[in-house]
Design a protein around this ligand. Structure first.
Ligand SMILES: Nc1nc2c(ncn2[C@@H]2O[C@H](COP(=O)(O)OP(=O)(O)OP(=O)(O)O)[C@@H](O)[C@H]2O)c(=O)[nH]1
Length: 471
């Protein structure tokens, strides 16, 4: 019982360790999920900011820097430079900055482009030139060319006296920008909207909201904007989660101060949620596999451990037969069932002589041989054990004296068939048997005492025989 108690204690400790391991594993896995999601969010957002910087802000900076450095000024003097020289100069700038450059000269009413094109600025035909002049600001950023959307940055130019002499500017195709956004849209379901300070949509990834030839959509027309504005009054965070009828969406607003534009990045949470769910399921499966494998491992270790402990606690290491402790336990079980118990004591004859003549190892072989015979003969009907030294005990469940004596005969017959072979010699093993049986078993000691008396008789009568006593 001591053994079981310690086994259970150990099992409990191992289970506690497993639960702790699972909790730690779960913590790490969940931590990873959050990290993973943040990583994915970052993965989606970082390139967007780089794109805005590269494709929108950089041209604006270049346009402003060149205009303020009066790089274009000399080229407004058509006396000094021919048309070809002007477009050549613009072409140089184009190849250097990978942007389109143009000059619109008020004096000649001509527009020179870095792609070599020169055309006349005729009122009613080239609308932008005359519209832009009316704008109070000297710096204007507009989107044009619907079929291949371009960003145009127009900077008003003045001579030394402060007279308006035309425009110089930069143009940049947003094809690459739009293509990249399409990729983000496919990968993360992200949409974007650019709006100017008049709340007009300049550019939108959803073609439905992109400007058409006639007019620009108002940002108020976007289905989420009213809710966005409502939340804006409560808290001014630039990222908001909106509960829309088609599913939750996350809106991030980025102000592009240089242009006085707003960029709205719209990411649908349903897609994110399903991604998160999928990741959760993967992690859960991994967790279950870990739990199952660790359970199997612990079961294996515990079973192996119990077997080892049981073996040590209950069996004789030399013969593998039951030891005294296990014999006692089994006898108690038999007694509980309140049935007859038969007992045989087997004691090897002149075993000391075997040891002395053939050596201790030969003696051990003899003990193992006897054990083998006992095992083979009794395994169906009883339990054989080593009581100590060269003395063995067989307990027979529900066996009367006749049946017990019959069993002793079988054992004797088995031993008579066997011989121990050594390298130089061989010897036979003989034994004496004391037998008894009781209908009302008391203690094992009492029963052994009676069987011992019968054994004593067998030894006295010349050994190699079976004697019995009835209770
Ligand atoms: N080889 C070996 N010998 C053992 C072992 N345990 C006890 N013995 C020896 O067994 C012998 C038992 O001898 P005794 O009890 O005197 O009996 P015996 O020589 O068999 O004489 P009888 O029983 O009167 O026939 C002793 O010499 C012990 O040393 C063991 O595990 N291995």
């Amino acid at each position: 019982m001591q053994t079981r108690f310690f086994s259970l204690k150990r099992i409990s400790i191992i289970y506690v360790v497993i639960i702790a391991a699972v909790v730690v594993a779960a913590f790490w896995l969940l931590k990873d999920i959050v990290a993973n999601q943040s990583y994915k969010q970052q993965q989606a957002f970082s390139p967007i900011l780089t794109l805005v910087d590269q494709e929108v802000l950089r041209p604006v900076h270049i346009a402003k820097a060149l205009a303020t450095a009066s790089v274009y000024q000399p080229y407004f003097d058509t006396q000094q430079f021919s048309d070809t020289q002007i477009v050549n100069r613009l072409a140089q700038l184009q190849s250097r900055f990978d942007l389109g450059f143009y000059i619109a000269n008020e004096n000649t009413r001509k527009q020179y482009n870095s792609d070599g094109a020169i055309f006349d600025l005729i009122e009613g035909k080239v609308g932008w030139y005359f519209e832009m002049q009316q704008e109070p600001s000297d710096f204007l950023a507009v989107l044009g060319k619907r079929e291949d959307v371009h960003l145009y940055i127009d900077v008003k130019q003045y001579d030394e006296q402060g007279n308006f002499i035309g425009f110089a500017g930069v143009s940049k195709s947003l094809r690459e920008f739009l293509r990249a956004f399409k990729r983000f849209n496919q990968a993360y379901g992200i949409q974007f909207v650019f709006a100017n300070n008049k709340q007009q949509i300049l550019l939108a990834s959803d073609p439905h909201w992109a400007p058409d030839a006639l007019n620009l959509h108002k940002i108020e027309q976007l289905p989420w904007y009213t809710e966005y504005q409502r939340q804006q009054q409560t808290y001014s965070e630039r990222t908001k989660l909106l509960n829309m009828p088609d599913g939750d969406i996350l809106i991030s607003q980025i102000t592009i101060e240089l242009l006085d534009w707003q960029l709205y990045i719209i990411s649908p949470m349903t897609k994110r949620q399903s991604e998160l769910n999928r990741t959760l399921i993967y992690y859960l499966i991994a967790l279950l596999v870990i739990i199952y494998l660790s359970y199997r491992l612990v079961r294996y270790i515990v079973r192996d451990y119990i077997q080892t402990i049981d073996q040590k606690a209950n069996f004789d290491p030399l013969t593998n037969l039951a030891n005294r402790h296990y014999l006692q336990e089994s006898f108690n079980q038999m007694r509980k069932r309140n049935k007859r118990v038969g007992i045989i004591i087997v004691d090897i004859d002149y075993f000391k002589q075997i040891n002395d003549q053939y050596g201790h190892n030969a003696g051990d072989l003899a003990l193992q041989m006897v054990a083998q015979c006992l095992q083979n003969t009794t395994h169906d009907s009883g339990l054989a054990g080593r009581w100590g030294g060269d003395e063995f005990i067989v307990l027979l469940d529900d066996a009367d004296l006749n049946e017990t004596v019959r069993m002793a005969n079988h054992i004797q017959h088995c031993l008579q068939q066997e011989k121990i072979y050594l390298s130089q010699s061989s010897f036979e093993i003989k034994a004496s048997y004391g037998v008894t049986s009781t209908e009302k078993p008391g203690s094992l000691e009492e029963l052994i005492e009676i069987a011992d008396r019968a054994l004593y008789q067998a030894k006295n009568e010349g050994r190699n025989r079976i004697c019995y006593l009835a209770v």
